[in-house]
Design a protein around this ligand. Structure first.
Ligand SMILES: [Fe+2]
Ligand SMILES: [Fe+2]
Length: 186
């Protein structure tokens, strides 16, 4: 996978992340940012790279008070799941009030768990109604989450996680963007 742009990444978004969520997984944030930029580059449609990097670093800021849930070695209860699924709204409020981001940046944080088929959250948006930046980050986020160890499972291998992403083209993910991901990871 290309990492040519990794040397150009500015440090400020990670400084924001550490300031507002000291327990955040900065490695996940940077890997999601890098992969998001790479997908956007191969996809070719203009998207502001600084905004994309900022949002990719801060997409889970709304989990700042929820790290104890992510560490549980068991499935979440319905109430815990509802709290966890509120993190895009909470994160969007946080980036707006703490960092004063633009409207697109806020919307990309808000919609990073929407699905292309409309079965995601928080709004159940579908297709290209979902902002482009959020559709890009969704792929990078899931790929990196699958390849990372969790308390309840070891990380998947890159090939297995890639196959999952490609299998979800048109359901979970934008099929045009999964094509860019496929080319990028070939
Ligand atoms: Fe998230
Ligand atoms: Fe994430």
């Amino acid at each position: 996978m290309s990492s040519a742009s990794s040397l150009l990444l500015p440090p400020e978004p990670i400084a924001h992340l550490r300031a507002y969520d000291p327990q955040a997984d900065a490695g996940h944030a940077v890997r999601v940012a890098q992969l998001s930029l790479d997908i956007a580059r191969v996809f070719g449609e203009p998207v502001d790279r600084d905004d994309l990097y900022l949002v990719a670093c801060l997409h889970d800021l709304g989990k700042a008070d929820l790290h104890h849930l992510a560490r549980l070695p068991r499935p979440l209860t319905p109430d815990e799941r509802a709290a966890m699924e509120a993190h895009p709204r909470r994160g969007a409020e946080m980036v707006e009030s703490f960092i004063g981001v633009s409207a697109p940046v806020k919307s990309w944080v808000l919609h990073h768990h929407e699905r292309y088929d409309g079965r995601g959250y928080p709004h159940g948006m579908a297709g290209e109604d979902i902002p482009l930046g959020a559709r890009i980050i969704a792929i990078a986020d899931v790929y990196d989450a699958l390849t990372s160890d969790r308390p309840y499972r070891p990380g998947w291998g890159p090939g297995e996680a890639r196959a999952y992403v490609l299998d979800q083209a048109g359901t979970r993910f934008d099929p045009h963007l999964t094509l860019a991901f496929e080319l990028l990871t070939a």
